[in-house]
Design a protein around this ligand. Sequence first.
Ligand code: FAD
Length: 462
Amino acid sequence: PHALVWFRNDLRLADNPALQAAVRAGFVPVPVYIHAPDEEGDWSPGAASDAWRQRSLQALAADLQARGSRLQVFRGDSLATLQRLATQVGAEAVFWNRRYEPAIEARDAGIKRTLRQQGLRAESHNGALLFEPWQVQGKTGDPYRVFTPFWRTAQAQWRLPAASEPPERLPAPPALEGAVDIAALALAPTLRWDAGFWDEWTPGEAGAVAAASAFAMQALDGYGDGRDRPDRRGTSRLSPHLHFGEIAPWRIVRLLEGVAVGEDREAYVRELGWREFAHHVLHHFPHTPEANFNPRFDGFAWAQPTPQQLQAWQHGRTGIPIVDAGMRELWHTGWMHNRVRMIVASLLCKNLRVHWREGARWFWDTLVDADLASNSLGWQWVAGTGADAAPYYRVFNPVLQAQRFDPAGDYIARWVPELASLAPAQRHAPWTGTIPRGYVPPMVDLAKSRQAALDALARNGR
Ligand code: FAD
């Protein structure tokens, strides 16, 4: 008997519960992928995400082929496609791993119901998280709004699945009608703005495992302090691999268990905990990609930016070096260091008082790790409107932040070469001397705009 294995954001063969379940139940797995961006509500994937997905799908297709199977790719309505394919091969079952974006959860629930009504076995599994978003509950059953108690409860329920190796061989599935080439999905950009990405990244399962192993060997030691330093390679850069499900979080945890650095490992697993918390918040507060978590800010007087202001921020021409470095790193590599994400977001939402949604949208389109749960949480956290928000009156000072976390200005010099000729101490605030040719003066007065933000927040009624 045949079963469709519907790949989504679980583009791997190891630790893949849906694939495992199909094989264990004695089915010939028929791996399929359906491209249906219209079904993602207001959050169809952005351009950087698409560019990654194309490569990740190619890697999965090659991995399946090497095992005797094959990935068949389709375009169009997911339910109708699954129904058609199931009929064509006489499949008895459809297996998939869950996604947690509100629009997708609703769609998938409908698909499961319909398939079951038609007599098919339709089964979803957890392939993405250490804890299901609804699993961690306080005594009252209310969702958590603050990370620390969430994580404490989660850890008390800690039950890590064993890592499982990919199947060595898979039976060949029948050829399906209507399959298209991955290239025909046109996910890769026609203007090659992503050229710089692929020096940094290797999408796909092998790339994910290599990145995790390299991190465990080289950067985990010292992660607790090093994770805040954009001038060093101190973090794992696993976020896009995790988003696309190229590696299971529990495999990462298991891998790190083999490396004897207790505190750093704990600090790292705690960051994975933030990813879990982001999914918990999105599940319980599904409006938070669009609307304030904290309704107190619903009447807040955001400023209407001019297109020029927005562009200066987007293109890394604000005149504030650490911000420009971050925005250019994002543009060139599809990723930005977490500390710098906070700094650039604070400049946009606090100093420029632009609604956090503007920033979230730009990140959505440009990040290779764009993830509805983590992005919404991150933006609302910095804006001060969110769950477990930074105190609303916290306005990052980008100069002090740069002095502290990029002390020699190496990160700035790497991404803003106009400033590389300056002495390290000058790179954080070039306007204290002569601004080099080709660079721009700051687009806002940091002290005045900070005060204006605080005044606006005070008017909003503490
Ligand atoms: P590491 O330090 O190696 O952390 C390991 C893993 O833990 C990450 O891969 C990630 O999956 C998870 N993680 C770490 N920090 C966070 C966090 N604060 N929230 C949720 N998960 C976390 N992360 C995304 O994956 N997608 C996004 O779209 C995204 N948008 C963000 C927007 C803003 C404004 C901010 C402040 C943060 C955002 N983050 C997002 C969180 C964080 O910046 C990235 O996960 C992190 O920089 C990824 O780099 P890394 O893999 O080297 O992290």
